[in-house]
Design a protein around this ligand. Structure first.
Ligand code: AMP
Ligand code: ZN
Length: 492
């Protein structure tokens, strides 16, 4: 069975097969490690995990590269604010990213290159573009890509580029849709910023250059698939194509996959709207990692996903049903033999499941026959018409289901415990499910720190925060007493 996947470049659903007939070489734009990843980021990484797992299930070996962007505008700004080197700043968020991947059971890509480890390759690419007349240096020592050197610019996002002023430049990594301009390949060093001393001058790479250099280094000048969220189509991927194809004169990537964005309760997710969630936020609210995984993959990648708490609750219920059913199969003794109808139902369910995934990774349609099969099998068991070979056949279907969905094994305690340990470490007790809070006993130092924070909040007349801390401590069995000699606390 061959996966047919929508290709943004051609606008068609096309078979996705390795060009070399052996290994599918794919690159996914990875995280910029300047903060904790949010559920939108992880929706994209989860859908790429679905793709990777389905390729494996159909017997296609994969070489999957995902970069870690550990230098960019935001990282430099935030590290400077925190007064730490960028490597120290990014290390904490990279670790958090891997913890979240593990919580969501996202398989690790084969190669995880860091931008800062591949500077020489990026410099070599700029030199090659300069030699071809497609890159130029500005007075301050930055390097730009000359859009007019690549007449096919816009072929991925189908942008109309008429009216673009030749030589108009943009030096930020992410920019608005209407401003296709010569873009920065290399940014000259500014006072106090992290930079590298190289043959093209002192500076640092632009984000687009990073991905071109690392993908071609790890996968060759032409490879099978490039994936990312829909926001990356323009300018990021368009710029990657321009740089790479101008340098190599070869098609950069054959197949482009873009995952549509996630909304929260119908609205764009944003910190200021208060509808912005990380994976650890949801774990601390008491949702299980498996439910987050199922909720984020159950809507096919080309559809907008409207994330809701009701959706998470439904995913929790669906997983419970599947797990209970599987336990029933494993724990019950069924007489030898087979029920022809059950055998056929199992065969059909598997065929429908595989066909749905092969059809542009339609996860919603793939789920449905599995749940139907569970219903049919439960009623056959209730009626005593279920035999040992039926159990085997259905367990085999569930195994294939779980090869992609991976929610049947109960491994939910670990991620929740780790999220709680993290909350303790960073002092993040807001909005933690009471039953989780009650399980964590606070150390004397942690209590003293919270009491001090409350005193400080009161001093600043932030009474809401002060009350919140008092309530959180109370939930965790700690009573605060204000007296004229100061604040005392005791355990209940
Ligand atoms: P970043 O760390 O910001 O570079 O983003 C990592 C990945 O998450 C990229 O592939 C983005 O396109 C993707 N992404 C960002 N926001 C969302 C969202 N709301 N829904 C889905 N994917 C997203
Ligand atoms: Zn990229």
């Amino acid at each position: 069975m061959t996966l047919r996947l929508f290709n943004t470049l051609t606008g068609q659903i096309e078979p996705l097969v390795p060009a070399d007939g052996e290994v599918l070489r794919m690159y996914a734009c990875g995280p910029t490690v300047y903060d904790y990843g949010h559920i939108g980021n992880f929706r994209t990484f989860l859908q790429i995990d679905v793709l990777r797992r389905f390729l494996h299930l159909t017997g296609v070996p994969v070489r999957h590269v995902m970069n870690i962007t550990d230098v960019d505008d935001k990282i430099i700004r935030n590290a400077a604010q925190a007064a730490v080197p960028i490597s120290q700043y990014t290390a904490q968020y990279e670790q958090a990213f891997f913890e979240d991947l593990e919580a969501l059971r996202i398989e690790r890509p084969e190669v995880l290159p860091h931008a800062t480890d591949h500077i020489p390759r990026m410099v070599a690419l700029v030199e090659k573009l300069a030699a071809a007349g497609a890159a130029y240096r500005t007075e301050d020592g930055s390097w730009y890509f000359r859009l007019s050197a690549f007449p096919e610019y816009g072929k991925l996002s189908k942008k109309d580029l008429t009216g673009i002023a030749d030589g108009a430049r943009v030096d930020v990594d992410e920019y608005e849709k209407d401003s296709a301009r010569d873009f920065a390949l290399w940014k000259a060093a500014k006072q106090g910023e992290t930079s590298w001393d190289t043959a093209i001058g002192r500076g640092r790479p632009g984000w687009h250059l990073e991905c071109s250099a690392m993908s071609m280094e790890c996968l060759g000048e032409s490879f099978d698939l490039h994936a990312g969220g829909e926001d990356l189509m323009f300018p990021h991927h368009e710029n990657e194509i321009a740089q790479s194809e101008t340098a190599t004169h070869k098609p950069f990537v054959r197949h482009w996959m873009h995952v549509r964005f996630l909304l929260v309760e119908g609205r764009k997710m944003s910190k200021s709207e208060g509808n912005f969630f990380t994976i650890r936020d949801l774990l601390l609210k008491g949702y299980k990692a498996s439910a987050i995984r199922l909720a984020l993959i159950s809507v096919p990648y080309r559809h907008q996903l409207n994330f809701t708490f009701q959706g998470l609750t439904e995913a929790t219920g669906a997983i419970d049903r599947l797990r209970t059913f599987r336990r029933r199969l494993v724990d019950t003794f069924f007489p030898p033999g087979e029920n022809a109808q059950m055998q056929e139902a199992a065969r059909n369910a598997r065929a429908e499941y595989m066909a749905a995934l092969a059809n542009d990774l339609n996860t919603a349609e793939a789920r449905a026959p599995i749940f139907d099969l569970v219903r049919a099998a439960n009623s056959a068991i209730d009626q005593g018409q279920f035999l040992a070979a039926d159990s085997e056949a259905i367990l085999a279907v569930l195994k294939d289901f779980d090869a992609v969905f991976d929610v049947l094994e109960d491994r939910d305690a670990g991620p929740t415990e780790r999220a709680l340990a993290w909350a303790e470490q960073v002092g993040r007790f807001d909005d933690v499910a009471p039953e989780l809070l009650a399980r964590q006993s606070l150390t004397d130092e942690a209590i003293a720190a919270l009491v001090a924070e409350r005193t400080q909040a009161k001093r600043q007349r932030d009474f809401a925060r002060a009350d919140q801390i008092r309530n959180q401590l109370a939930q965790r069995g700690v009573i605060i007493e204000d007296s004229k000699d100061g604040v005392r606390w005791k355990r209940k």
